[in-house]
Ligand binder design. Structure first.
Ligand SMILES: Nc1nc2c(c(=O)[nH]1)N[C@H]1C(S)=C(S)[C@@H](COP(=O)(O)O)O[C@H]1N2
Ligand SMILES: [Mo]
Length: 210
């Protein structure tokens, strides 16, 4: 972002925080429920629902680990108002994964599924943003269990609950459906720059009836 006219070098330059957010030093752990145990032999990543070929697709952990690796520098904005800035995430871009198992032409939304049935819904365009990444690494190191090992989604331009930790698959949908937090009072879209925190702020067209 450009510097406002009149700012001098002595002014404290605040980092680029969305409205109502404050900077968090360190990296807190935030989630609902227990941390799942990773069992590589039982783990798979599935793409199902409205796929282009009508088939389900699945990758073992070994196969998933061989997919093209990319990095994205992105911030994490928790709806409870802390933000972590400038993390480098490494993993598989949502776009690259989707190219291997594309959606049907009439797919409009994605449900992202994680362990224990946790889910979050996204518009297909948000999911396919060029910086959405299924992260295995942060800062060049493997994720820790509490931060989502072996895989978490990061959607840089939305609140962090839109990025499930311990993600296990995606479901292409031909109509929108609410995920776990979106059913429980959080905004269906979740854009931090528009401060879309709660479902009562939704406008017609932002999401399915509650
Ligand atoms: N599976 C799962 N993923 C989740 C959550 C959750 O409750 N379950 N919480 C989300 C929320 S609200 C936030 S802020 C981030 C926190 O990620 P962190 O613990 O790595 O900081 O994870 C997101 N992913
Ligand atoms: Mo959060």
């Amino acid at each position: 972002m450009g510097q406002p006219v009149g700012r001098t070098s002595r002014d404290v330059v605040e980092p680029d925080l969305p409205p109502g957010q404050r900077l968090q030093r360190g990296w807190p752990v935030t989630h609902y429920g227990p941390v799942p145990k990773f069992r590589p032999e039982r783990w798979d990543f599935r793409v199902f629902g409205a796929t282009a070929d009508g088939e389900k697709h699945a990758w073992t952990h070994e196969e998933f680990s061989a997919l093209p690796y990319a990095t994205v520098v992105a911030d994490l904005h928790c709806v409870t108002k802390f933000s972590m800035l400038g993390a480098e995430w490494g993993g598989v871009l949502a776009r690259d994964l989707t190219a291997l198992a594309p959606p049907a032409p009439n797919a409009t939304h994605v449900m992202v599924w994680a362990e224990y049935g946790f889910s979050s819904n996204l518009r297909l365009a948000d999911f396919l943003s060029d910086r959405t990444i299924f992260a295995t690494h942060k800062g060049g190191e493997l994720l820790t269990a509490e931060h989502g090992f072996p895989l978490r989604l990061v959607v840089p331009h939305l609140y962090a609950w839109k990025g499930p930790k311990w993600v296990r698959g995606i479901e292409y949908m031909t109509a929108d459906r609410r995920g776990f937090w979106e059913e429980r009072g959080y905004h269906n879209i979740g854009d931090p720059w528009r401060e879309q925190r709660y479902s009562y702020q939704e406008e017609p067209g932002d999401g399915p009836e509650l």
